[in-house]
Every structure is written in structure tokens, then in C-alpha cells.
Design a protein around this ligand. Structure first.
Ligand SMILES: [Zn+2]
Length: 441
């Protein structure tokens, strides 16, 4: 993909003139595409993939069990921006062809998005999006004074664009800045020096434990291909972490801002027979990092209870001092960040795409995994004793199963499905030609 700037000036750059608010506090939201929590050293991963996030965490709150509402970009991010579950904002399906998104559910104009609320509160709103599922065309520019779109670009390009906003950010009384990094989404690049180091250490470990048995050697060779993918994926995490460090330094983001760093979903490496994401709702695809830093925070905090990206909307609204609309799914995480009072509720996730309809309900360590299509199935996992979701306990624990199904029923009654009112249309011949000329198709 060749470089391109699509800068969308959605509104005027006029803003709040309240002198009491001059100079912040600001709101900074960083979303890192496809970053599963357990591959971050912030969460105890063996490779040092996230040194910058670890430093930031010394004066921030880390949520140890944060969930994306779905396992791919569009529904998860629409949920983050509306605090509604995927079925209620209706952004559940979307496809891309030749590098461009077509037929995606459009995020409806009637939803009050996070950026819209913040702009109404007097913050100037800036975004940098690298994912073509998150664009003006798919409804995600709502509320942004400026949204820079650089489809599928790397962290270096993201930083160039975000650092280019420096003067505008400095001139703002208060601002909301959303930066969406595309790494470590596939195709994974071997980012140096990290990839070389991981590959060398893995090679040394293999050489030290060479099995004499040829069958075992063949099996290990097959496994090796997967391991190389993981080494690349991990090196991409380092790469984006290093760029985050540069972004924070370059823009002075920590000063006087609520800072949130998270991801839109995880990534599978054959734990349950699939690669990539948007394929299932197993933990590897929905557990994401979540770090939240208040402007005056000096101490680290860890919160173990389960939370969801839908909680960020009421969290940010509480931070800027405005009420959240009555009908949202999330709860504010500020009490947890300030005083360690964690929310305690069932976490629901959904996937409804490519003829696959699934949901999970997780409550106090138990996870109900329902599948409606292509064939109905109900499974029950005990995440405390079986975090890898290997043993289905549905028949062994009928009382647990019933309890979670009741929770599912109550949740479903509260959030009836609302289909998106329109689809993003395929590109016109004109648009296609323009995009091709720009290197997108
Ligand atoms: Zn994504």
C-alpha cells in the first residue's frame, strides 16, 4: 500500500472557550489492532514485548481481564464507540475485497458516538485510523473534527501522521485523540532486532533438546512454522510498543490526560484449530490488554475483575464530567482505577459473521460458549482451572450451565437485535479508479 493521506475535515476546528478548561485535561485513546493480552510482557509473557507499556503501568491501572465485545475490528470498535453490544448497534458484518471494505454494516447516525459526546463537551477531536473498517465511509468518522485515514499502514506512518497533529493539539483547549495502530495484524512482518533475537533463542533451545526420534523431529518441524509466525507476531508487538514510546514522548501525551491503551481483539495460533481472528470467541481472540492512566496517577494498580471495551465510553464520559446516556451496556471503570472498586458483572461477547453466530457469557470464572449457527452447540468452561478452554463441563455442571443460561436470557431480553439500517456500498467505478491510482486496490 503506497502512502496516502485522506484527511477528513468533518467540522470546524472551533472549540470550547471556557478558560477553566484551557490546557486539558485531555483524553487519549490508543487502540492497537489484533493485540492479545497474553503476548504482552505487561501481562507476564515470557518475551519482553511491551517494555514501554510496562513503564507506563508503573503509574497506571492495568485491567488483568479485559474483553473485546467481539473478535474482529468493526463490531468491537463500534461497541467501544457506543457502549452498545454488537447486536444493538448492528455493525456485525463486513467484507473487504482487493484491499477495500465493501458491504460493511454502517455505524448509524442516530448513535451518539464517543467522539460526538466529547466534541459536544468542548473537546476538539482528532483521530488517526489505519484500518479500512474504521473510516468515514463506514460511519466511524462521526464526531471527529479531523480523522486521518491511512489504510493498513505501519506504526511508523501512524506516528508521522499523529506527530503531524502536534500544533493542532497544542492549540486546542482540550482534545480527544484516538490513534489506531494496525500492527501486529497479519501479514506479520519480521521486525528487527526483536525477530532475530526471538528466532535465535528458539533455535538455541531447539538445538539443546534435539530429539533422536525422526517422527518427533518431523512433528517439531511442522510446529516450527507456527512458531515462526508467533516470533514475527511478537516482534510486531515490540515494534508498535517502541512507536508508542516515541508517540508519547513526541506529543507529551501523559501530561494532563486520561490515557487508555487497549486493542480491538486478540489473535489465534491454532489453540482451537484456527488462525487469525473473527473465527471464534475463545479467550485468545477476545482477551485484550487494557491500561488506564489518570492524569494525577503516580502509583500502579491491578484490577482482576472482568471488564469490557464497552466500559470505556462511560469511563471517559465520567472523566470529562458528563452523564452517559441511560441506555448503554458499560459501566465506568473510574471507581476501579481510583480506589480499586471493581465492577462485578457478566461479560458477554458476540460473533455474527460468515454464517457463524456465537455468543459467550462469562461470570465469576465460568464461561458459557453458545453457538447458534452453523450448528447449535452449548459448552461450559471453568476458566480458573482450565484457562485454555479444553474441557467442556456442560454435562458435569448442569446447575452452573442453567445459571449462565439464565444470565444470557436476561441479557438478551435487555439487548434485542437491531439490524444496521444500511450497508456500505461497493465502490463506484469512479471511486475504484481513484483508489487504484492511489495504490489501494
Ligand atoms: Zn482488528
Amino acid at each position: 500500500v503506497r502512502p496516502l493521506i485522506v484527511a477528513l475535515i468533518v467540522g470546524l476546528l472551533g472549540g470550547c472557550a471556557d478558560p477553566a478548561l484551557r490546557g486539558g485535561p485531555n483524553v487519549v485513546l490508543i487502540t492497537i489492532d489484533t493485540l492479545r493480552a497474553d503476548h504482552c510482557s505487561l501481562y507476564g509473557y515470557g518475551r519482553p514485548t511491551t517494555p514501554f507499556l510496562e513503564e507506563l503501568a508503573r503509574r497506571a491501572t492495568v485491567f488483568e481481564n479485559a474483553y473485546a465485545p467481539s473478535s474482529w475490528t468493526a463490531p468491537s470498535m463500534a461497541s467501544l464507540f457506543t457502549s452498545l453490544p454488537p447486536r444493538s448497534h448492528g455493525v456485525v458484518a463486513g467484507f473487504f475485497r482487493k484491499g477495500a471494505v465493501v458491504e460493511q454494516d454502517y455505524l448509524g447516525e442516530d448513535f451518539e458516538t464517543l467522539a460526538e459526546v466529547l466534541r459536544r463537551q468542548g473537546l476538539q477531536t482528532f483521530g488517526v485510523s489505519t484500518n479500512a473498517h474504521l473510516t468515514a465511509r463506514t460511519g466511524f468518522a462521526q464526531g471527529f473534527d479531523v480523522l486521518v485515514e491511512r489504510w493498513w499502514e505501519s506504526a511508523a506512518v501512524v506516528n508521522e501522521e499523529a506527530l503531524g497533529l502536534r500544533d493542532a493539539l497544542r492549540a486546542a483547549d482540550r482534545y480527544f485523540l484516538w490513534v489506531h495502530y494496525f500492527d501486529p495484524h497479519d501479514e506479520y512482518e519480521a521486525r528487527e532486532p526483536w525477530f532475530g533475537t526471538y528466532a535465535r533463542l528458539a533455535e538455541e533451545a531447539r538445538a539443546a533438546a534435539e530429539p533422536p526420534d525422526p517422527a518427533a523431529r518431523a512433528r517439531r518441524e511442522a510446529l516450527r512454522l507456527l512458531q515462526v509466525s508467533v516470533e514475527k507476531y511478537d516482534s510486531e508487538i515490540n515494534y508498535v510498543d517502541a512507536h508508542l514510546r516515541a508517540l508519547f514522548a513526541g506529543l507529551g501525551l501523559e501530561a494532563n490526560a486520561l490515557v487508555i491503551v487497549t486493542s480491538d481483539h486478540g489473535e489465534a495460533f491454532l489453540e482451537h484449530g484456527t488462525l487469525s481472528h473473527g473465527q471464534s470467541l475463545f479467550e485468545e481472540e477476545i482477551r485484550v490488554p487494557l491500561l488506564l492512566k489518570l492524569p494525577d496517577q503516580r502509583e500502579p494498580r491491578r484490577v482482576a475483575s472482568r471488564v469490557s471495551l464497552v466500559d470505556l465510553y462511560p469511563t471517559i464520559l465520567e472523566f470529562v464530567g458528563t452523564d452517559a446516556p441511560p441506555r448503554i451496556e458499560g459501566v465506568s471503570l473510574l471507581p476501579a482505577a481510583r480506589a480499586g472498586h471493581p465492577p462485578d458483572r457478566a461479560i458477554v461477547t458476540e460473533l455474527d459473521r460468515d454464517r457463524r453466530t456465537e455468543q459467550t457469557v462469562t461470570w465469576r470464572g465460568w464461561k458459557l460458549y453458545r453457538r447458534e449457527a452453523p450448528e447449535a452447540a452449548t459448552r461450559l468452561f471453568d476458566l480458573e482451572s482450565d484457562p485454555g478452554e479444553r474441557r467442556d463441563l456442560a454435562t458435569e455442571h448442569p446447575e452452573r450451565l442453567r445459571e449462565l443460561e439464565e444470565r444470557w436470557g436476561a441479557w438478551k431480553a435487555r439487548w434485542p437485535p437491531a439490524a444496521a439500517t444500511r450497508k456500505v456500498a461497493p465502490f463506484s467505478a469512479d471511486e475504484e479508479e481513484r483508489l487504484r491510482a492511489l495504490g489501494y486496490l
